[in-house]
Design a protein around this ligand. Sequence first.
Ligand code: NAP
Length: 503
Amino acid sequence: MPTQTPALKNEVLVLKQYIAGKWIDGSTTKEIVSTNPADDRQVIARLRGADKSDALRALDAAQKAFPAWRDTPAPVRGRILAKAAMIARARKEELARLMTREEGKIYPEALGEIDKGLTLMDWFAGEGMRLMGVTAPSELPRNILYTLRQPLGVVSIITPWNFPWAIPVWKISPALVAGNCVVFKPASLVPAMAVEIVRIFEEAGLPAGVLNLILGSGSAVGDVLVEDARVKAVSFTGSNEIGKRVHTIAGARGIKVTCEMGGKNPAVVMADADLNLALAGVMKGAFGSTGQRCTATSRLILDEKIADRFLKLLLAEVKKIRLGDGLEKGVGLGPAVDESQLKTDLDYIEIAKKEGAKLLCGGKRPADKNLAHGYFVEPTVFDGVTPKMRLWREEVFGPVLAVTRAKSFDEALELANDCEFGLTCAIYTQDLTQALRFSEAAEVGMVHVNSPTIGGEAQVPFGGVKGSGVGEREMSKEGLHFFTELKTVFLDYTGAARSSNIY
Ligand code: NAP
């Protein structure tokens, strides 16, 4: 078993690209430096970024590796994935620690993310045994009809920074087990985590060229990973702005593309709800991972009958949250991922104030001098937010919760749907009719009843509708099927039946 990498021992890691099974420097002379968002004086990693020529080399390597990988039996591909999961499981605490240092989320959440990714790897490893088509009865005598699931070829995987382990893993795993070769471009803010992912697959025995890593800015290498003729599919997760661009370019080429994008997820608390359960769910949904989840609860719709009572309970809980470095025990809220995200959080707070929303708590950087070198912002709650306000409609991606009140179930549902996004939502109620009506009518990809807006499980589809997602769902069978083409075979073993037929 290879030794731990320097990044896991808190030393500055010098990162490289991984192309055709070799770790090499990127072609740009400009150094990219990744720092700890809880204290930007701590350097995590340095690297020379990739440019278009590196991306083209990676595509070339993937193309060359494809025939042999395609012909490797799917159960054998699955076993490499299972081995990768085993290697990662043995290192999960170190990986979680690295994630906290690089992305900023608190250690328990980082550990939870590693576990989620491991479950996904387990699930997709097993899919190597289940990459099945169907057989169907033919209308003709002595004919067999069946389908084959076949890989696409070279696929590009482009991922965001906020789940730097789980999202790459839930895309790379199905792509590989289905028999594709991958060029993986992670977000520039989390290169060290991406390198660990690739190292794990390398150690598990993945042949050279099957998985390639390009560490470079999206503006330098993004387009070529979508435009190049060798790319047969693109799996993207990130913002709407970039997602729409990727979708347009891939769509114009007529290749498969899936884009999972932003969210503005509502939680509805009805008067009959278990308020303690709702409180715990809203706290976790709104402030977990510093609100930097696509599934974060960013809109709270309260039945007016319990609104004041619920907000009193909520504010008491928010006041208990301790901000700080996510590796410290007792810290409940980490920093924004970088200076730019911190600015976005603070800008939206100012916009909400100007538009007339009522600030109930937070709204600024913490006064604590020990946090001055991190990108911290206080957990923030605004009441009286109306659907016309930008805080209601636009994704902030920070610990900022917009609250409004509804007079009835119908109004709550209308408010929940009054949004361009449609990723996930939650309702807290003990009324079965309300729960089922909400589940049916909510314009989202995922509904939670009496649980927070966050989360996903390997065996069920994950993804959104409206502005939140376009293309195939991720995870589950759907996540695997995206990386395959179906072929129908008509096998006439008399050699004559079909030629005499009109079909
Ligand atoms: P982003 O800015 O859109 O970046 C996502 C990825 O796209 C990064 O790897 C980025 O590279 C790359 N990229 C940038 N320009 C590109 C281009 N022209 N062509 C191709 N790729 C390009 O998003 P982010 O800030 O990393 O992530 C936050 C967003 O992701 C939020 O909106 C969040 O809601 C969303 N998200 C959605 C889901 C979901 O499942 N729906 C899950 C997690 C996050 P660089 O880093 O080098 O710019």
